[in-house]
Design a protein around this ligand. Structure first.
Ligand SMILES: Nc1ncnc2c1ncn2[C@@H]1O[C@H](COP(=O)(O)OP(=O)(O)OP(=O)(O)O)[C@@H](O)[C@H]1O
Length: 257
């Protein structure tokens, strides 16, 4: 299990969700979700495909609107924000997409420079270049600055995707299945990077995954989602020591399939 993270500030809740519901037509995806994320904490949302994990983080990032319930992010009620405030909030909430969302026609350096040009137009070229160097160094890929995304491995693309999100220095990182499609050694590297980002950049994170190893290594708190609700929350050992059928089913799914 992950050792206790002393940097977590349990008196400071950066994401607070209460009674969240979201449906698409007859598909009732989120059915009463409650969740707290504290400053500096990594919360893993674990659940099988289609349970609503991505919908949850899209609502937190203001990309989808909830049907009912409250979503408070960094002290702001997301569903009541106007377009400008939502834009400002999105700068503080970094979304790491599953595929890294890199532009194939740009080099790694240009991909990293792009969000700065768009969101921080007052920065001078030299300042942007310094920030690009810093995040590339943080993800251990300084040597790839002139490479094209197509020349990178899957793990390297994930790292560059994380760097591109980090470059705007968000308070919150939302990782959507960061280890999906990677071999076990690369998964370990990405898990370690997530923890390093937490320590070095003092981020609070939600990591959505169905990878138990990722959950165990990165999660200070694990929330297990089933059919649009959290059925268990706590440390990895607490959640997986229960031996109840709901959890057992999940364990078997991970290790047998
Ligand atoms: N924009 C949308 N319009 C209609 N239905 C949607 C939309 N987004 C998600 N859904 C539906 O919501 C359900 C939950 O999707 P979601 O992507 O959150 O699952 P998930 O738990 O993240 O799964 P996975 O691990 O496969 O990514 C699915 O049935 C999906 O089809």
């Amino acid at each position: 299990m992950k050792p206790f993270t002393p940097e977590i500030d349990f008196d400071n809740t950066v994401i607070s969700i209460r009674g969240l519901f979201k449906s698409f037509g007859d598909n009732h995806v989120l059915r009463g979700v409650d969740l707290d994320v504290h400053k500096g904490e990594n919360v893993v949302v674990l659940g099988r495909s289609g349970t609503g994990k991505s919908v949850l983080i899209k609502i937190i990032a203001g990309l989808l609107k909830p049907d009912a319930g409250s979503v408070n992010v960094l002290g702001l009620e997301v569903e009541h924000l106007d377009t400008q405030s939502l834009r400002e909030l999105r700068m503080k909430v970094g979304f790491c997409f599953q595929n890294g969302a890199l532009y194939d026609s740009m080099t790694v350096g240009e991909n990293l420079n792009f969000p700065l040009v768009r969101n921080q137009p007052r920065l001078k070229a030299a300042q942007r270049a310094k920030l690009v160097d810093t995040v590339l160094d943080a993800v251990g890929l300084s040597q790839t600055i002139d490479q094209m995304p197509s020349e990178l491995s899957g793990g390297q693309r994930k790292r560059i995707g994380i760097a591109r999100t980090l470059i705007l220095r968000p308070d919150i990182m939302l990782y959507d299945e960061p280890t999906a499609g990677l071999d076990p050694i690369t998964c370990t590297e990405i898990n370690n990077l997530i923890n390093e980002v937490q320590r070095r950049f003092k981020t609070s994170s939600i990591i959505i995954t169905h990878d138990l190893t990722c959950a165990k290594v990165t999660g200070d708190n694990i929330a297990v989602m089933k059919e649009g609700q959290f059925i268990r929350q706590g440390s990895f050992d607490t959640v997986f020591a229960t031996g109840d059928d709901l959890i057992k089913e999940f364990y078997d799914y991970n290790f047998i399939q």
